[in-house]
Design a protein around this ligand. Structure first.
Ligand SMILES: C/C(=C\COP(=O)(O)OP(=O)(O)O)CCC[C@H](C)CCC[C@H](C)CCCC(C)C
Ligand SMILES: O=C(O)C1=CC(=O)c2ccccc2C1=O
Length: 301
């Protein structure tokens, strides 16, 4: 291979390891929680919003770097060229970097708690991080028992969205809780899709992911149910009066959801073809979350 081809494939591996599109999972819960707060109060604290956003991004950087460290310890990533630990060959460095991201991320949340003179947001985010750790870190490694999607739903949905809402209002909202259910399901769909192409490595490492447990065919059927539930719940919450009518904009993301379900339906047992489903799911999560926020923001006028 020529030097430039080597450089090209090396930079592709680094991009795959850093996973830039994945950082939208940090942005959406903060946007949605803040949008519901704006719809209800017509007021936003920009410093709290931007600090929360930066902190959430740093927490996801911690989650992803530490995931590569912990996966290197169990050997599950031995065939994964785009692991930060495999790329650098320096596990302590990645571990130190991940801890730095977490510390700075938490510092931002501490600043919010200080501005509010209230420990609620820091309590919620600390619990999110602790649960995130139990997904991948010793001695828990709950992801190996197939519990990741439940942890993902609770943390990225009700906990993170409520924390963003609370950071603006210092109160709770049933409408925000309804919105957080939609966000939580869409986020868990990303994690669920990330397992389809990893079945062989997961079985070899003793990881009983939902797809290892269900099989890829049933997994693809379950994906239809979860994806439909995002839109059905949005419609239901509009009917029940929890969501403003404009949140029906979420249906504009339906083509991405259909593309995802159809792609997985066709290729569920072909690892090389189904491996990109995780990023189609990121698109579905991003567009449905963005349109949901927009629906709340438009109603607040
Ligand atoms: C790191 C995650 C998935 C990667 O899993 P896996 O090891 O199977 O994949 P690779 O092939 O890439 O190695 C995501 C795990 C998410 C976890 C269950 C919950 C984390 C909660 C967060 C800390 C919440 C952050 C909220 C924020 C918005 C403030
Ligand atoms: O690398 C991954 O597969 C994921 C990383 C990540 O941060 C995340 C967050 C929320 C849901 C799913 C995922 C991943 O799948």
């Amino acid at each position: 291979m020529t030097t430039s081809l080597v450089e090209q494939s090396n930079s592709k591996l680094w991009l795959a390891a850093i996973k830039p599109p994945m950082y939208t999972v940090a942005i959406i819960p903060i946007w949605v929680g803040t949008a519901v707060a704006y719809a209800e109060t017509r007021n936003i604290n920009g410093a709290i919003f931007s600090t929360f956003l930066m902190s959430a991004i740093l927490i996801i950087a911690w989650l992803n770097c530490s995931n590569d460290v912990f996966d290197a310890e169990t050997g599950i990533d031995k065939n994964k060229a785009h692991s930060l630990v495999n790329l650098t060959g320096n596990k302590p460095l990645i571990f130190a970097l991940s801890n730095l991201f977490l510390a700075v991320g938490i510092l931002g949340i501490v600043a919010i708690a200080w501005w509010q003179r209230d420990l609620t947001v820091i309590g919620l985010i600390f619990l999110c991080c602790a649960l995130g750790y139990t997904y991948q870190g010793p001695p828990f490694r709950f992801g190996y028992q197939g519990l990741g999607e439940i942890i993902c739903f609770v943390t990225f949905g009700p906990m993170a969205v409520a924390a963003a809402y609370y950071s603006q209002t210092q109160s709770w909202s049933i409408n925000c809780f309804a919105a957080s259910i939609v966000v939580g399901i869409a986020t868990s769909i990303i994690l669920f899709c990330s397992h389809f192409h990893q079945v062989e490595d997961d079985i070899a490492a003793g990881k009983r992911s939902p797809i290892v447990r269900l099989g890829t065919k049933r997994g693809s059927q379950v994906l239809w149910v979860f994806s439909v539930s995002v839109y059905a719940l949005t419609g239901l919450f509009v009917l029940l009066g929890h969501f403003p009518i404009w949140t029906l904009f979420v249906f504009a993301s339906l083509p991405v959801a259909l593309k995802l379900c159809w792609h997985v339906h066709q290729h569920h047992d072909q690892p090389e073809k189904v491996s990109n489903s995780k990023f189609i799911a990121v698109g579905m999560h991003f567009w449905s979350g963005l349109l949901l926020s927009l629906g709340f923001v438009l109603t607040s006028g």
